[in-house]
Ligand binder design. Structure first.
Ligand SMILES: C[S@@+](CC[C@H](N)C(=O)[O-])C[C@H]1O[C@@H](n2cnc3c(N)ncnc32)[C@H](O)[C@@H]1O
Length: 338
């Protein structure tokens, strides 16, 4: 079917059942050529050669040829796409098939440049995973897009998780006009960038210890033109908060679930004396998601705050019967609560 470009969109929508999906639609000199199974009435039909579409491949179908049903489930649910890099978690029993799995993943996601297996867990102070490239380019530096911001990072040198994308926008939507937000443990900047893009915050202070992650954050702030809103600070939360912003923040975000309980003093120290909100990430048994509450209440009191209310949500399953949870802690000054 040959059709003027300006009418193409409507035609594609209304004639969809007649379109032959085995071939690509072509645009040339103001005309659009749409492959059709049968010539529709009232349209000009011409004889041209159109490129064939890649046969739509199905991940499960391809994996089924060399994996058991249980192994397949594991693969299908355990990979993330970070820009043009796929990161996959495999049980040791599947490591000898990693290369083949990498090849299949690349076939299904042809834009992907590398497939890497997470061979060691997120470890050390910087929470960096151990990755092994099983298919494609050894260089894993990539650009990841989320909620309208772009982030450059190398997932083998810094912590990064695409799985917290909802948390970032959830908090961004809570931030009020002219708020000053402190993001502890900021990594390459995903929380600060999404906050700066999607909230009316005045400033976001972003503290990160890993020099490589901090450097990416600085670059990401520039790449997204957020220099007026985000202040990337390289250093340890324990040094930076007392030195640079005690009593500044309307809101503090603490995305370090493994150790956040060691930094509650700094979180309360950073809050404005009249009170504010702390988004506290932690791991907790599914039977007691508010396990850390007594500690939080004690620290709040020590710093002169009363807890007005706490909301919480499960962010992810971490291990059998262990959840990653976030507690939104609303505080007021102790004197105003009396
Ligand atoms: C779980 S990662 C979260 C990174 C980032 N918020 C994200 O979601 O991608 C925790 C980060 O905290 C940093 N970190 C660990 N201890 C720190 C400290 N004492 N002060 C500042 N940053 C720290 C690590 O280097 C790591 O990048």
């Amino acid at each position: 079917m040959k059709i003027p470009k300006k009418n193409a969109e409507d035609a594609i929508r209304s004639l969809s059942p007649l379109i032959n999906k085995e071939f690509r639609i072509l645009q040339k000199n103001g005309w659009v050529y749409i492959p059709v199974k049968t010539p529709p009435e009232g349209y000009e039909v011409v004889d041209v050669e159109l490129p064939a579409r890649r046969r739509a491949t199905n991940l499960k179908e391809e994996l089924r040829s060399f994996l058991t049903e249980d192994e397949m489930k594991e693969v299908v649910t355990s990979f993330d796409i970070v820009g043009d890099v796929i990161i996959i978690r495999l049980p040791p029993s599947l490591m000898d098939k990693a290369e083949k799995i990498g090849e299949v993943l690349h076939r299904i996601h042809p834009h992907v440049r590398s497939v890497a297996v997470e061979v060691g867990p997120f470890g050390g102070t910087y929470r960096v995973p151990e990755l092994k490239v099983v298919w494609g380019d050894e260089n894993l530096e990539t650009i990841y897009r989320e909620h309208g911001v772009r982030m450059k990072l190398d997932p083998s040198k810094v912590y990064f998780s695409v799985r917290h994308s909802y948390e970032r926008i959830r908090i961004a939507r809570m931030i009020g006009k002219d708020e000053i937000v402190g993001v502890f443990f900021a990594g390459v900047g995903p929380y600060p960038l999404v906050f700066a893009k999607h909230s009316p915050a005045r400033w976001v202070y972003a503290i990160e210890l890993n020099p490589v992650a901090w450097k990416y954050m600085v670059e990401n702030v520039e790449m997204n033109r957020m220099e007026r809103k985000i202040i990337p600070i390289r250093g340890d939360v324990k040094d930076v908060v007392p030195r640079m912003f005690p009593g500044f923040a309307h809101r503090v975000v603490m995305p370090l679930p493994k150790d956040s309980h060691h930094f509650l003093d700094e979180a309360f120290m950073a809050l404005r004396r009249e009170g504010g909100i702390i988004h506290y990430y932690t791991f907790a048994p599914s039977s007691n998601p508010l396990e850390k509450l007594p500690l939080i209440e004690r620290k709040a009191e020590e710093w002169g705050f009363a807890i007005k209310r706490i909301e919480w949500r499960r962010v992810a399953d971490y291990a059998p019967r262990v959840w990653k949870v976030v507690l939104d802690i609303y505080t007021v000054s102790n004197s105003s609560a009396e």
